[in-house]
Design a protein around this ligand. Structure first.
Ligand SMILES: NC(=O)c1ccc[n+]([C@@H]2O[C@H](COP(=O)([O-])OP(=O)(O)OC[C@H]3O[C@@H](n4cnc5c(N)ncnc54)[C@H](OP(=O)(O)O)[C@@H]3O)[C@@H](O)[C@H]2O)c1
Length: 348
């Protein structure tokens, strides 16, 4: 016996949630209830499971509802939040719909677990590119007050969901022959993604920034608790299957040397610093998205290329890499649920 958990959505994130619950031995009834838009059998985290069609009864008796469905008006959490809450479940949502609501904590456990209170039964998990950035920046912010952030992202195709890597895999063989007319589905990526980089993720919104870019602005301010922090992002889709990378420049009120930043990050929860200088016969080290395939790194935020920014007085530049499906979504949600258990807000 254990907690009753309902996972809504069994795409890339939903499947990874099931895998994280299993790997981390989350004390829930096994298998968890898995629901999506239609009923069918599926193999999730290596096990055959029956996916049910989501309905109000999907949350009956559940202590925890983990949302990993599509966003927007017809999306999973907008449609089913009320039913889950009425059933008495704590809800944790991966989508953007409620992230900025004043009564919804937006949580990355390593950074702002204290924002969870017993009164807030609905918790949002931030956008994947925001999560990895705040895991790395929060320790620097605490030590030296970040006043300004510039970020350029290099985001994997899996950030779109199941269809993203499918587009890349289909386009690569065509592009190897000729890149002139690679067929592509503009509903997924606005241009061919094979052999290309696309500076356009989600819709164009205010000031010619995209929604993905503005998510990084508003969500980072909310998580770090500084509504005035100056932040500018350019988010780019790159032909990578999984794992987001970010080039980040910060300015701080107090000067931090590159070595002080490295020392702070070496002690930070959820972070691995990969930033060794070139030695005799040893190449310089830095993280890349493929390093996330190594078991010791798959759940961490990897930071390297830490250096003092030569263009301003109190500036640092760095390179931040994490698995957008795991730490950027599924793992973060399961870590929030573990925090609820630790605090006795959820009882197994
Ligand atoms: N991919 C990432 O890197 C990432 C990172 C952070 C956050 N997120 C967020 O996580 C969520 C899931 O993303 P994903 O990448 O896993 O997407 P995905 O691969 O496209 O999967 C979406 C899943 O949601 C289900 N679904 C859609 N609408 C639903 C509804 N109204 N009720 C119940 N189920 C519904 C789909 O059901 P069917 O299988 O039946 O079609 C599918 O299983 C999204 O909100 C996304 O923004 C994703």
């Amino acid at each position: 016996m254990g907690l009753k958990v309902t996972v809504v959505g069994v795409g890339l994130v939903g499947e990874a949630i099931v895998a994280c619950l299993k790997e981390r031995r989350f004390p829930c009834e096994w298998p968890p209830r898995v629901v999506a838009t239609r009923e069918r059998p599926e193999t999730l985290a290596g096990e055959k499971m029956l996916v049910e069609e989501t309905c109000a009864d999907s949350f009956e008796g559940a202590s925890l509802a983990l949302f990993a469905g599509q966003e927007g008006a017809k999306g999973a959490s907008v449609t089913w939040r009320k039913a889950a809450e009425e059933a008495g479940a704590w809800c944790i949502d991966n989508g953007r719909d409620f992230r900025l609501a004043a009564d919804v904590p937006l949580v990355v456990p390593e950074v702002n677990a204290a924002d969870i209170t017993p009164r807030t039964r609905f918790i949002a998990s931030p956008n994947c590119s925001t999560i990895q950035m705040v895991v790395a920046l929060a320790p620097l912010h605490r030590a030296a007050r970040i006043t300004r952030i510039h970020v350029a992202t290099y985001q994997a195709t899996s950030g779109w969901g199941m269809r993203g890597p499918q587009e890349l895999r289909a386009q690569v063989p065509v592009g190897l022959e000729s890149c002139e007319n690679i067929p592509f589905d503009p509903k997924v990526f606005a241009r061919p993604i094979a052999f290309n980089c696309i500076p356009h993720i989600d819709a164009f919104v205010e000031g010619d920034y995209t929604r993905e870019e503005m998510k990084m602005v508003y969500e980072t301010r909310k998580i770090l608790g500084d509504g005035a922090m100056r932040i500018s992002a350019t988010t780019v889709r790159v032909p990578v299957l999984n794992g987001h990378s970010e080039a980040v420049w910060v300015e701080t009120r107090k000067k931090l040397s590159a070595q002080e930043a490295r020392d702070l990050l070496r002690k930070a929860p959820g972070v691995a610093v990969i930033d060794e200088p070139q030695g005799e016969g040893q190449p310089r080290t830095y993280p890349t998205a493929l390093d996330l395939l190594r078991p010791e790194y798959k759940d961490l935020t990897l930071v390297g290329r830490i250096r003092e920014d030569i263009s301003c007085e109190n500036g640092l530049a760095m390179w931040i890499v994490a698995d957008n499906i795991r730490k950027g979504a599924a793992l973060n949600v399961v870590q929030i649920a573990e925090e609820l258990l630790r605090r006795g807000l959820l009882e197994a």
